[in-house]
Unconditional design. Structure first.
Ligand SMILES: [Zn+2]
Ligand SMILES: [Zn+2]
Length: 257
């Protein structure tokens, strides 16, 4: 009984924090997008689906919170491998290892979701061909569970201090929304070859063309597996120059629903 109360208390705190982070991040991008219309990525597509997308957010948030809280709670109870004590080296090392590991998890789960028997669980997320910051939580229960199961399992294989797990989740929530923002505000050479990071253009092209860019934080899985959008690097570069208005349109694929 005490265990259940402890679990539910942690769950309530995390749900509250996730909703708060979602609202603050969403507000930030709505303001940024309104101030910089020239940074819109898919200039010929309009997305007025904000409220439709938000209707699905409770399913997504409750699922991801369950996975995350399970991982955190299991570690707290000593059911997992013992985490390292937090120090100047263990924290950054475990965080980096987990972000790299999650990117591999995300890439392959995402590839699986694009296979025929699984696509029905991912179709909802792809209803937004031009994503908005709110599309991040527009996903089915099964899709959220497959992606977020990572947080329930990682504590059994990686001795990660709980503080780093919290930091990664926070990063994951914000970067997920950043990837769907629909506007490229932070274009930088670090987001293209030879650097490994992704960008908003990266995931936007996934929604726009459907066939490329399956990764999350990094582009290296897509580069290795040959699934990188052929014009990804050059499209991102056009947003760096400071004369975005004069840049060519990113290549679009057909509308797909
Ligand atoms: Zn997809
Ligand atoms: Zn997406």
């Amino acid at each position: 009984m005490t265990l259940l109360i402890a679990f539910l208390s942690l769950f309530a705190i995390v749900v509250g924090a996730i909703v708060l982070v979602m609202l603050l991040t969403g507000l930030f991008f709505e303001i940024m997008n309104a101030r910089h219309p020239e940074r819109r990525i898919q200039k010929d597509r309009v997305n007025n689906r904000k409220w439709q997308e938000l209707k699905q957010a409770p399913v997504s948030i409750l699922t991801l919170t369950s996975c995350f809280v399970f991982g955190l709670f299991a570690q707290q109870q000593g059911w997992t491998i013992a985490p390292l004590e937090l120090s100047w080296w263990s924290g950054p090392l475990m965080l980096l290892a987990s972000v790299v590991l999650y990117d591999a998890w995300f890439y392959w789960v995402h590839r699986l979701l694009h296979r025929k028997p699984f696509y029905r669980f991912h179709a909802l997320h792809h209803k937004s061909v031009a994503p908005t910051v709110w599309s991040n939580h527009h996903e089915s229960f099964v899709e959220a569970l497959l992606n977020q199961a990572y947080y329930a399992l990682v504590v059994f294989v990686l001795p990660m201090p709980w503080q780093m797990l919290v930091l990664q989740k926070l990063y994951d929530q914000i970067s997920g929304m950043l990837g769907h923002a629909g506007y490229e505000h932070f274009a930088s050479p670090a987001g293209r070859s030879p650097w490994p990071l992704a960008s908003t253009v990266f995931h936007d092209q996934h929604h726009g063309t459907f066939r490329f860019n399956f990764g999350h934080t990094f582009s290296f899985w897509d580069r290795w597996m040959g699934t990188l959008h052929p014009r990804y690097d050059e499209t991102l570069k056009t947003f760096e120059a400071g004369d975005v208005a004069a840049s060519p349109q990113p290549q679009m694929g057909p509308e797909r629903r």
